[in-house]
Design a binder for this molecule. Structure first.
Ligand code: ADP
Length: 541
């Protein structure tokens, strides 16, 4: 027997329809790429997204076609996403920090037909366009006054292009399982792999994301996703914020400490989200100027591990709660957030910080397990390490145009992370499977050592890699970058770490370098670091 409820497919345009109906005047504020602060609202964004949809149709774009965006977080980028998906086409976010070769690979692999780009990226695309035969036209996200002279194929300024259509358009209607968006994982080895989100997966994932134990978004919130829309589906903010009806503040191209601080305070942001490096820069800036964050109540930090010292400084100095989050492109991307269940709610001081080092618990829609190399499930005792595997309606089942099977026999996807899970379901990421240091048959977590080392007052950033050792197989080498004007020493840093970790976890050496290499999504690039230290020998070997 079938239920007797309405057919109401989970299509993304319903989200912007809802925001424009229930939260029409809610501000959407952007630092425009041209410079000035731009103000609009959900009530104005919806008709402009309808125009995008109509105008794309006039350019011949059809259901299932891929449309690339190479853009910062701004209102135009948001309109483009809704316009693209509103005709059943697929937004494909391209990370501008990728190497030329990778951008060429993914645009060709996705066969993008049209490409929206910010002014910032005009020179980049002029350089690459000859190698991108599928792209028929380039729309520059600006107005006629700011449009540069360009050789880009069929180029037009967005505002002019948009003005050639009106909003008299109906969103297309189709199956909720249709593709909506795609994002390639940065692929530290081999080619990037395309993750293809559906309308249904994006809507369900965002419903989970707004819930109180996840981002906990409400119409009263003012949310600033510093995390770019091109990083792992923008951590859901393009959908979850309008779904909740909260204000959106977009930082545009300026993600440095002073610029982020300025918007956090001038727009009275209540919740923000970004990878740790953004917060390192913000905290350093605030330390310098004696900044305050009276309106900010929580920051979502994920993408890589959030050091304890960052969580502590936010709490003790600024009264802000860090929501440590974990996820990945293949998971839409949120997998867990560290919010307090009742059993941990009463904790304070160090005990509270201990829990905040974990990445929290999974929402409904994400099932988790840890397993050994043979696939045997391991206990949730907070101590046993295992491969973290996940399953759910917003988790990838295959990569775009790759035949490779990526799920185990029970439908779980191996995240490539090693983790423990405690009896309350809290996950602690020990390491990436390939980064964990194997010393004398035991494992050392590079993440834990890094998090501890950055707590040293002279250390700005830290990375740990395993170095070959004749007796122990591998031993940890700690690489640090000094804070401005400081000179951390090996003895000083090791002295600071002593007593806070098991003796045999202590790094065998500490090296100070000027800069730690990062990936296109702001993570420590361990492969590059291993290359840098390929010929390095640990003391005494
Ligand atoms: P990329 O394309 O840069 O690999 P992803 O965002 O998909 O982008 O990377 C996901 C990986 O990032 C996870 O599998 C995990 O290793 C790491 N990661 C994400 N959040 C955290 C966190 N809070 N702590 C530790 N590692 C994290």
């Amino acid at each position: 027997m079938q239920g007797l409820m309405q057919d109401w497919s989970l299509l993304i345009h319903r989200v912007i329809d809802h925001a424009a109906t229930q939260h029409a005047t809610r501000p959407v504020v952007s630092r425009s790429v041209e410079g000035p602060i731009h103000r609009t609202s959900y009530g104005e964004i919806r008709p402009r997204a309808l125009k995008v949809a109509k105008r794309l149709t006039r350019d011949g774009l059809r259901f299932g076609d891929r449309v690339a965006t190479l853009a910062w977080n701004t209102w135009r980028h948001l309109e483009a996403w809704y316009g693209i998906t509103g005709i059943g086409a697929v937004y494909h976010t391209v990370n501008p920090r990728l190497f030329d070769e990778q951008i060429v690979y993914i645009v060709n692999h996705a066969e993008d037909r049209l490409l929206f780009l910010d002014l910032t990226f005009v020179p980049l695309m002029e350089r690459l366009q000859e190698r991108l035969p599928t792209v028929e036209r380039y729309i520059v996200l600006t107005d006629a006054a700011h449009m540069p002279q360009t050789s880009l194929r069929n180029a037009a300024p967005y505002e002019e292009w948009l003005a050639e259509a009106d909003e008299d358009f109906r969103w297309a209607d189709f199956d909720e399982n249709a593709a909506a968006g795609m994002c390639y994982t940065s692929g530290t080895t081999g080619n990037p792999k395309g993750v293809l989100y559906s309308h249904r997966s994006n809507v369900l994932h965002s419903l989970a994301a707004v819930s109180p134990d996840m981002l906990g978004l409400a119409s009263r919130d003012i949310a600033m996703p510093v995390v770019p829309l091109f990083h792992a589906n923008g951590w859901s903010f393009a959908f979850s914020a309008p779904m909740a009806g909260c204000s959106l503040i977009f930082p545009g191209a300026k993600l440095d400490g002073p610029s982020v601080y300025e918007l956090l305070t001038s727009e009275r942001v209540t919740i923000s989200a970004a990878v740790p490096t953004i917060w390192f820069a913000l905290l350093q800036h605030m330390e310098k100027i004696g900044g305050e964050l009276p309106d900010l109540s929580r920051v979502v930090i994920g993408g890589s591990a959030c050091p304890r010292a960052v969580t502590e400084t936010f709490r003790d100095r600024y009264g802000v709660e860090v929501m440590h989050a974990w996820g990945m492109t293949e998971m839409s991307p949120l997998g867990s957030v560290c919010s307090m269940k009742p059993e941990y709610r009463h904790l304070a001081g160090d005990a509270w910080l201990d829990v905040k080092q974990k990445v929290g618990h999974a929402p409904f829609l994400v099932e988790m397990k840890i397993a050994d190399d043979e696939g045997k499930e391991l206990p949730w005792d907070g101590m046993t390490f295992g491969r973290l595997k996940v399953r759910g309606p917003a988790v990838a089942k295959r990569y775009f145009r790759l035949d490779e099977e990526i799920l185990d026999e029970n439908g779980f996807f191996d995240t490539g992370d090693v983790a423990t899970i405690d009896p309350s379901g809290y996950v602690q990421i020990v390491d990436r499977n390939k980064d964990v240091i194997k010393s004398g048959g035991e494992w050392i977590s590079s993440i834990e050592l890094e998090n501890l080392a950055v707590g040293h007052p002279d250390v700005a950033e830290a990375a740990v890699i395993g170095i070959q050792h004749p007796k122990w197989d591998e031993r940890p080498l700690l690489v640090v970058v000094a804070k401005e004007g400081k000179q951390p020493t090996k003895d000083g840093v090791l002295g600071f770490m002593e007593g806070r970790i098991a003796k045999w976890w202590m790094p065998d050496d500490v090296v100070v370098i000027n800069e730690i290499p990062h990936t296109a999504t702001g993570k420590i690039q361990k492969t590059a670091l291993r290359d840098m230290f390929r010929d390095y020998r640990l003391p005494g070997t």
